[in-house]
Design a protein. Sequence first.
Length: 697
Amino acid sequence: MAQFWKPGTEKPRLVEDEDGGVIFLSSSYSSSSSGYGYVSIEKQRQRLPVYKYRTAILYLVESHATTIVVGETGSGKTTQIPQFLKEAGWADGGRVIACTQPRRLAVQAVASRVAEEMGVKLGEEVGYTIRFEDISNPDLTRIKFLTDGVLLREMMDDPLLTKYSVIMVDEAHERSISTDIVLGLLKKIQKRRPELRLIISSATIEAKSMSNFFLSSKRRQALECEELRPRLEPAILSVEGRGFNVQIHYVEDPVRDYIQAAVSTVLLINDKEPPGDILVFLTGQDDIDAAIKLLTEEARSNGKNSSGLIILPLYSGLTRAEQDLIFSPTPKGKRKVVISTNIAETSLTLEGIVYVVDSGFSKQRFYNPISDIENLVVAPISKASARQRAGRAGRLRPGMCYRLYTEEYFLNEMSVQGIPEIQRSNLVSCVIQLKALGIDNILGFNWPASPSPESMIRALEVLFSLGVLDDDAKLTSPVGFQVAEIPLEPMIAKMILSSNELGCSDEIITIAAVLSIQSIWFSARGAQKELDEAKLRFAAAEGDHVTFLNIYKGFLQSGRSSKWCHKNFINYHAMKKVMEIREQLKRIALRLGIVLKSCETDMQLVRKAVTAGFFANACRLEAYSHGGMYKTIRGSQEVYIHPSSVLFRVNPKCVIYHSLVSTDRQYMRNVISIDPSWLTEVAPHFYQQQRHNPTIH
Ligand SMILES: Nc1ncnc2c1ncn2[C@@H]1O[C@H](COP(=O)(O)OP(=O)(O)OP(=O)(O)O)[C@@H](O)[C@H]1O
C-alpha cells in the first residue's frame, strides 16, 4: 500500500483517503536550523516548500527501504534532501549520500550549489563525479552527486555500492537507459543490503507505478506474512507548494517553423516584457546555430531595443567553459538569451531566467529492431518534459513560459510521459554494461519497463559478432572486458581496440572524438553554398571520417585558431570539445595498453578499423536514382547519404555509416567507403548468410 505524507500536526498520524487505498501521514514541519553558516542562504533554504517536509522525509527514509518523493519543480528536492540526510547523520561513520542525475551539467550545477549552501569547498564534503571528471575525495566527500551512468560504472568495482547509505535517484521520470538499469540493480542490491535506503524523486513521476516496481510479488507475500523493518513497501511523499508562479502562454494556432517562432517570441518578450533572461528550448546543435544566426540578424535589423541581447548556445557538444557562460551574471541593462537543447530541462537553476520559450520538440532516439535501425528524430515532447521546461522559470522570482503549441494540443494530444529510452533504443551498450556487472540472464532482469526481446537479441548478436561475447553470451577476455571498460558506445570502443592492431590508433582516436559530438560544421542557414565550398577544401575521397582527420590537422596547423574555424565554416566550440575528448581518450587508451601510433597516409588501415567497429552499419549502393539509393546489407532497408556528407552524390559502391537521421527519408550521417570483402573478414558470423551473395564481394 502506498503512503503519502502531508504536513499537519505535531505527531505523525495515519489518515485513509476516500477509496481507502492510500494512507496519508501528517506531521509538523521542523524548522530547526541546519547549523551551517550563511544566514541569507539559510533563509532561502527555509523558504523552499520541501523544508516543511524535513521531518517527514527523515522519518520515511528511516522507516522505509524506498521513499518516492514527488514535488513541483523548484520545490527543493535535489538541493535540500541530501543536506537533510547529512544533517540527520546518514553520512556519519564514513558513509556517503549519493544523488544521481541523468545529465552531467545538472550534476555539476547542483553540486556547486549545495557546496555553496553548506559553506564548504566543492570536491571536499560535497563532490561530484561525471564521466572523465571526478571532483570528489574518497576520505572527505559525504554528499556526492553523479550521473546514473557513473553510478553504474561504480558498480563494476563495488557491486553492492557499500559506501553509500542512501542513494537518491533524482529526475527518475526521465527514464534514461542508465536510470532504468540503476533502478533494476538497486532493487537487487536492497535484498542484500537491507540497511541501504533509496529515494526516487521527480516532479512528474508516476509514483504508483514506480512504487509497484519496488514492491515485487514476493515482497507482497512477505509483507502479508510478517511485519518487516524497514518497511518494504515504498512510501510516497507528495511535496506540496512551489517556488514562484509561472504563467503559461500558448500560441493560438500551430506554428509552422518552430525556429522562426522561437526567435519572434524572444524579440517580442524583449520588446514588451520587463527585464529578465530568456531560456529557449530547441532540439539540437543545428537548430540552435540556426536560431542564433536568425536572432542576431533580426535583432540587428530590429533597432536599438534588441542591442542589449547576449545570446548563448547550450548543448552537450560545448566545452565546459562555454557552458559555464550561462551561469555568469547578466550585466546591467542587458538581457541574456540562452538557446538550449533539453540538457537544461531538469535540475538547473539559472539565476536570471524569468522567461522560458518551449518549442515543444526534442531530439529523441528511436530504434526498430526489425530493420536494426536507430534514428535520432525530432519528436514532440511529453507533458512531463513540458512541465520541467516551464519549471526553469519561477525559481527565484515569478516567471512566464511561452509554449509554441496550442493549449488544445497540450491538453488533448501531448503524451503524459515519454516512452522509456530502453524501449526505443539500440541495446548494445546496455547489454554490455549488464554483462560487465555479472547479470547473465538479461531477458529475466527486473526492468522497470521491459525492452523488447527482439532488441535484446539484436544486441546480443552484434556483441557476439564484435567478439565481445562468447558462445555462452559471456564477456570474452580480453576484448569483451576492454570494450566494457571504455566508456563509449561499444562500436567505437571496438574500433579503437582494432586500431591498435592495425597501427592507426592516433587517427582513430581523433575520429572517435569527432564522432562523440553532434557536428563540427557550423550550421549555415542561407549560406549553404559557402559551407559546401568550405567542405570541399577538406573533403577526402574515402569519406567523412578521413575528412575529419584533414580538418583536425588544419586546425592544429592554424594554431587552434577561432578565425581559421570561422573562415572554414567549422564550429570552433565543437573543435575545442574534440580536443578535450581526444585527450581523455588518450588517457583511457594508455590505461588499456594501447600505444598511440600513426599510420601516416595509409587510410586503408583507418577504413579497416572503422569497419571492425561499425560493420553492422554497412550498406551497398542499389541505384543511382534520387542521388544514390543504398540498402543496409543486413536488413535491406532503404537509406541515402545525407547531403552534409562529403560522399553525397559521390556514391561509392559500399559504405559504412555512423548514425542515421530520419526526415523525409533515412539519411546516413558520417559515411566512409569500404571494401565489401572486409565485412566477412571482420564479422564472418554477422554476414554469414550473405557469404554466398555475390553482391557483397
Ligand atoms: N544555483 C542556484 N542559485 C540560486 N538559487 C538556487 C540555485 N540552485 C537552486 N536554487 C534555489 O533552490 C530552489 C530549489 O532547487 P532544487 O534544484 O533543489 O529544486 P528541485 O525540487 O529539485 O527542482 P527540479 O525538479 O526542477 O530539479 C530553486 O528553485 C532556487 O530557488
